[in-house]
Design a protein around this ligand. Structure first.
Ligand code: ADP
Ligand code: MG
Length: 419
C-alpha cells in the first residue's frame, strides 16, 4: 500500500487485497492473501483493530478513524494520532525490554500500524473482573513506568534530543485535549458528556461544591499540560495492558505526550484501586484473598518504581539534570536529590490517581470494573468508596509518602459505608 493513496478505512473485505503486497505482512502470514482470515476486534473507544490470520502466523492491524468511535462522526478526531502512537511504541521499545508489541509497518497516510499480535494475552481489566492473577504484574508495571519516565527525561537524555522530542509530541494536540477536559475538568461540574449513577448524587454534589478539590485538580491539569518532564504513555489503565497468567505487555499509547513523571504511575494505580473497590460485586468466597492480591500488586508496582528509578539514577544519569559533575565528581552523594525527585513524582502520582478515580465514575468512558455491575444499588456503595478515596488522594497527596499509607487508606475505604 503506497503512502500517497488517499486515506480510506480498511474493512474485513478489503484488508487482504490492500495489504497483500506488503513484505512485512506476507512474510508473517504467508504470501497468498486469499488464505488469510480477517476479524475486526476493536473493543476500544477510538480505532479499528483487525486480527489477520494466515497459514504462517497472525498480525494486528490498527487504523485510526477520523472520529471518536465511541461517539460517532459528530466528534471528529485527527488521524495523526496513529503517527504519535507509532512514535510512542518505537520509543517505549527502545526504553524498555519486551514491554510493548513490535511494530512491523507504519503507514502515515492510512493512519495504520501493523504490529505483533499478542497471544494468548487478554486485556488485563477482564482478568481482574474475573478474579484471575498475573504473576509479576506489579514488577512489570513499576519497571515500565520507571524506565519510560527516567529514559524519556533530561535525567537521561541530552537537552537537544529531549527538546526535539518535546517538539515532535507537541503536535499531538487533539488527543491530550480529551484528557484535559474528560479527566481533569468535566468530573467537577455538570458537563455535557458526563454521566453517573444517580444513587451517588449526594456525594457528587459534595465533590462539585468543594472548591479546594477543583483548585487542586486544576493545579494537576496545569502540570499535565505544561510540565514536559518525560514522554508519557498517557492512557495507562488496565485496558491498555494485555496479560497471560505470567506475562504482560502495554498497548495503545496514542495519548502519548510529554508530561509529569508521576502521571502514568498515578493512572495505573487508580485503575488497580478501582478493580479493588469493585471486587465485592464480582467475587464470592475468594473476595478477601483477591482484594489482598490487588493491593499487593499496587504495593509491588510502587516499590519497583522507586527501586528501578534509583537504579537508573545511579547507573544512567547522563542528562543535563543533577549531573555527576555537580555531585559524585565532587565527592557528594546525590541520593538525597533522588529521594526528593521521587517524593515529588509520588505526590503527583497520588493526585493524578485520585482524579482518574473520579473521572471514571463521573465523566465519559466509565470503566467496566464498575459498569459491569448491572444493579445500580450494588454498584453505588462501591463507587462511593472509590470517589471518597479519590478525593482524599487529591486533597492530601503530599502527605501520603509511603506505600503502606496508601494501602491502609484503601483498606479503610473498603470497609466504609459512604452513602
Ligand atoms: P483503541 O485505541 O481504539 O482503544 P486498542 O489499542 O486499545 O484500541 O485496541 C483495541 C483492542 O484490540 C484491545 O482491547 C485488544 O483487545 C485488541 N488489541 C489491540 N492491540 C493488540 C495486540 N497488539 N495484540 C492483540 N490484541 C490487540
Ligand atoms: Mg486508544
Amino acid at each position: 500500500m503506497s503512502t500517497n493513496v488517499t486515506y480510506e478505512p480498511l474493512t474485513p473485505e478489503t484488508l487482504a487485497t490492500r495489504l497483500g503486497q506488503l513484505e512485512s505482512v506476507t512474510s508473517r502470514l504467508g504470501p497468498d492473501h486469499n488464505q488469510w482470515s480477517v476479524k475486526e476486534v476493536g473493543d476500544g473507544n477510538l480505532n479499528l483493530v483487525f486480527i489477520v490470520v494466515g497459514p504462517k502466523g497472525s498480525i494486528i492491524v490498527k487504523q485510526a478513524l477520523p472520529y471518536v468511535r465511541l461517539v460517532g462522526d459528530s466528534w471528529p478526531l485527527p488521524l495523526y494520532r496513529a503517527f504519535f502512537e507509532n512514535c510512542a511504541l518505537t520509543r517505549q521499545a527502545q526504553r524498555t525490554q519486551n514491554c510493548v508489541p513490535d511494530v512491523y509497518h507504519f503507514d502515515n497516510a492510512q493512519a495504520l500500524i501493523i504490529m505483533e499480535h499478542l497471544k494468548p494475552h487478554v486485556i488485563l481489566r477482564n482478568k481482574l473482573i474475573k478474579g484471575e492473577r498475573v504473576t509479576g504484574l506489579g514488577k512489570f508495571v513499576g519497571e515500565f513506568c520507571a524506565q519510560t519516565a527516567f529514559r524519556g527525561s533530561e535525567l537521561s537524555m541530552n537537552s537537544a534530543d529531549k527538546k526535539a522530542e518535546v517538539g515532535i509530541f507537541s503536535g499531538n494536540v487533539a488527543i491530550p485535549a480529551i484528557s484535559e477536559s474528560l479527566v481533569f475538568t468535566d468530573p467537577y461540574f455538570v458537563a455535557q458528556m458526563n454521566s453517573h449513577n444517580s444513587l451517588l448524587d449526594p456525594i457528587v454534589t459534595a465533590l462539585r461544591s468543594n472548591v479546594e478539590l477543583k483548585v487542586r485538580a486544576q493545579r494537576m491539569l496545569m502540570k499535565f499540560a505544561s510540565n514536559t518532564e518525560t514522554m508519557l504513555h498517557g492512557d495507562l489503565h488496565s485496558g491498555s495492558i494485555m496479560s497471560t497468567d505470567g506475562e504482560s505487555k502495554i498497548i495503545d499509547p496514542e495519548f502519548a505526550q510529554y508530561g509529569p513523571m508521576g502521571f502514568d504511575l498515578g493512572m495505573v494505580t487508580a485503575n488497580f484501586l478501582m478493580a479493588y473497590f469493585s471486587q465485592p460485586a464480582h467475587r464470592g468466597d475468594d473476595l478477601d484473598d483477591y482484594q489482598e492480591w490487588i493491593l499487593s500488586v499496587i504495593g509491588e508496582s510502587l516499590r519497583t518504581f522507586r527501586a528501578e528509578f534509583k537504579r537508573l539514577w545511579h547507573a544512567e544519569r547522563t542528562g543535563m539534570l543533577y549531573p555527576a559533575t555537580l555531585f559524585e565528581d565532587q565527592g557528594h552523594d546525590s541520593s538525597i536529590a533522588c529521594e526528593q525527585v521521587l517524593t515529588d513524582i509520588f505526590s503527583d502520582a497520588m493526585a493524578f490517581c485520585g482524579i482518574e478515580m473520579h473521572r471514571r465514575c463521573l465523566s465519559l468512558a466509565h470503566n467496566a470494573d464498575f459498569e459491569d455491575i448491572v444493579d445500580p444499588a450494588i454498584r453505588a456503595p462501591l463507587e462511593a468508596r472509590n470517589l471518597g478515596m479519590g478525593a482524599q488522594l487529591i486533597l492530601e497527596a503530599e502527605t501520603i509518602t509511603d506505600n503502606a499509607s496508601l494501602i491502609s487508606m484503601a483498606n479503610s475505604y473498603n470497609r466504609r459505608n459512604m452513602l
